[in-house]
Design a protein around this ligand. Sequence first.
Ligand code: GLN
Length: 258
Amino acid sequence: MREARRLLSLAVGSPPAGLGPADRVPPCVGRRYRTLLAERGRRVPFALIEGETGFLDFDLAVGPGVFIPRPETEELAERAVAILRSLPPRPLALDLGTGSGALALALARARPDLSVIAVDVSPRALACARKNVRVHGLERRVEVRRSNWFSRVSERFHLIVANPPYVARPELPSLDPEVRRYEPRRALDGGPDGLTAIRAILARAPQHLVAGGTLLIEIGDGQGGEVLRFARGVPSLVETRVDRDLRGRERFFSGRCG
Ligand code: GLN
C-alpha cells in the first residue's frame, strides 16, 4: 500500500503528502501509474523504479546493474562511523566493492577530515558511485577507483569496510525475484560456500591497514564460525570477532591489524 501510494506520486510527479483521497488525476497520470504498477508486478525492485533509495539519513541514486543498499549495511555503516571517532586527524578509509557508494558516502559525511577511496570492479557501479559522490559534493574527499578488490590499491588505511558478495552459489536461486532477476549477480555470488570474496579480502587486508587499523566486513548468517576460523589463520589480523545485527543474525566481522 505504501509502495503503491509512492508509485502513484511518482506518476503524478508530486510528493506523497500532496495526494489526498479525493484528488483526481488526469488520464496520462493513470496510464503512467499503471505502467509503474506493472513494473513492480514484474518484481522490479522499488528502488530501481524510483531510481534512488535511502541510506541512513541521505538519498542515493541506484540503477540497473548496481546493488541496492540494504538495512543491514546501514548497521555496518553505523559501526564504521563509531570507529571513525577514535581515529587520528585526517584518516584514510577504503570501501571495497562500493556499489552505489553507500558506505563510502556514509563515512565521508560522518567525519569532515576523512578521505575515502571507494573501489569497485563494475563500470556501472563506478558510474553510479561517481554520480552519488558528485551529488553529495564529496569529490574532494571520496575517490572512486576501478579495482578488483585490492588489485589497484597500494595505500594503507585506518579503516577498511566492505559489503562483499557472500551468498553461497547454491542459494542464489532461492533469493527473492527482485534480487535474483534485477540485481547484479557479481555483488551477491560468493562462490560455492559464499566465502570466496571474504577470504580474498581477509587474506590481503593486513597489508593495507596501518598498525591498529580496523577491517569491518558484512557476512551472512551462519558464516561466522568459518570466517573466524579463516581469519585466525591470517598473520597480523588480531581481535577478530563476529557480531550480530538487530535481528540477531551473524552479520559483522571485524579484526585489527596487530
Ligand atoms: N544480504 C544480501 C541479500 O539480500 C546479500 C548481500 C551480499 O551478498 N553482500 O541477499
